[in-house]
Write a protein that binds this ligand. Structure first.
Ligand SMILES: NC(=O)c1ccc[n+]([C@@H]2O[C@H](COP(=O)([O-])OP(=O)(O)OC[C@H]3O[C@@H](n4cnc5c(N)ncnc54)[C@H](O)[C@@H]3O)[C@@H](O)[C@H]2O)c1
Length: 261
C-alpha cells in the first residue's frame, strides 16, 4: 500500500546518504518529492532515479542556511506539485573536534546549517501547512544529541538543540494539524560516515569500534532509518508528535553489554 500517496514532501540534504534514501523511499510510497541540496546536479541524479522507477520528483538547489534561496526552492516545489505536507529537515554538516580544537567559524557554520537551516526551512514551509491544517515535520537529530561522544562537541550541541526544537514546535502546532517529531539515528553507513572514517588514522579500527558500540552489534543501514521516516510522515503516526525516535540498535539505552568473547 502506498503510505504517502499524493502527498508533497520536501527533503533537505537529499542528494546523498540518508536523505537520498528517504527521497527514493517516499517516492516509492507515492509521495511527490522535492529533492533539495547544495548543488542541482546531484539532486537531478536522484530525481532521474526516482522518475525512472515511475515516481515523481523535482530537483531544488539551496543552501539551507540562506533565507532567500530556501524561499525560492519552496516556491519552486509549490509550483511543481502544490502544497507541501511533509518536511524532512535532514541536511547537516559534522565538524569534528573537542571545543578547543574547533574554530568559532566551525561553530557558526555548523549551527548555521544544522539549526538555523532547519529553522529557516521550517519557517518557509509552515504557513502553507497551517493553511491546509495538515503537515508532518521531521527533524533529523542524532544519538549525539542525547549521548556524550568524544570529538563531536559542536555537532552534538546542534543535534541536542534540534530535539528541544522538536518538542517546542510540537506544542505550538499540535492543535493546528501539524505533527513535529525527530529521529535520532545511531551510526549509519553513509558518505558522512566514510568521510569521518577517512579522517582517522586507523579507519578499519574505528569502523569495528562503531559496530561494537551498538548493542545490536553493527552499524545501521539507510533503509532502516528511511522506514521510520515513512511511518512518521504517514497518517499511521496520526497521534505521534513531539517524539524523538531513536533508530540506533540500542545505542542510547546501552548499559554495560555482556561480551561473548
Ligand atoms: N551517518 C550517520 O551515522 C548519522 C548518524 C546520526 C545522524 N545523522 C544525520 O543524518 C543526516 C544525513 O546524514 P548522512 O550521513 O546521510 O550525510 P551525507 O553527508 O551523506 O548527506 C548530507 C547531505 O546534506 C547536504 N547539505 C549539507 N549542508 C547543506 C546545506 N547548507 N544546504 C543544503 N544541503 C546541505 C550535503 O550536500 C549532503 O548531500 C544528517 O542530519 C546527519 O547529521 C547521520
Amino acid at each position: 500500500m502506498a503510505q504517502l500517496k499524493d502527498k508533497v514532501a520536501l527533503i533537505t540534504g537529499a542528494a546523498s546518504g540518508i536523505g537520498r534514501g528517504i527521497a527514493i523511499r517516499f517516492a516509492q510510497e507515492g509521495a511527490k518529492v522535492g529533492v533539495l541540496d547544495l548543488k542541482l546536479e546531484p539532486c537531478q541524479k536522484v530525481v532521474d532515479e526516482i522518475n525512472q522507477a515511475g515516481g515523481e520528483a523535482v530537483a531544488l538547489e539551496a543552501d539551507i542556511a540562506k533565507e532567500a534561496p530556501v524561499a525560492e526552492a519552496v516556491q519552486k516545489l509549490n509550483d511543481h506539485f502544490g502544497t507541501i505536507s511533509i518536511l524532512v529537515n535532514n541536511a547537516a554538516i559534522m565538524p569534528t573536534g573537542a571545543v578547543h580544537e574547533t574554530s568559532p567559524e566551525d561553530f557558526e557554520r555548523c549551527m548555521g546549517v544544522n539549526l538555523r537551516g532547519t529553522y529557516l526551512v521550517s519557517r518557509a514551509v509552515i504557513p502553507q501547512m497551517l493553511e491546509a491544517t495538515r503537515g508532518s515535520i521531521i527533524h533529523m537529530a542524532s544519538g549525539t544529541g542525547i549521548l556524550g561522544l568524544p570529538g563531536l562537541a559542536i555537532y552534538s550541541a546542534s543535534k541536542g538543540a534540534l530535539i528541544a526544537l522538536t518538542r517546542a514546535m510540537s506544542t505550538d502546532y499540535a492543535r493546528k494539524g501539524i505533527r513535529v517529531n525527530s529521529v535520532s539515528p545511531g551510526t549509519i553507513d553513509t558518505p558522512m560516515l566514510e568521510k569521518f572514517l577517512g579522517e582517522q588514522s586507523q579507519p578499519e579500527l574505528y569502523r569495528q569500534m562503531f559496530d561494537d558500540m551498538h548493542p545490536i552489534g553493527r552499524i545501521g543501514r539507510i533503509d532502516e532509518v528511511a522506514n521510520v521516516f515513512v511511518f512518521l510522515a504517514s497518517d499511521q503516526a496520526s497521534f505521534v508528535t513531539g517524539a524523538n525516535y531513536t533508530v540506533d540498535g540500542g545505542l542510547t539505552v546501552k548499559g554495560e553489554q555482556p561480551q561473548d568473547d
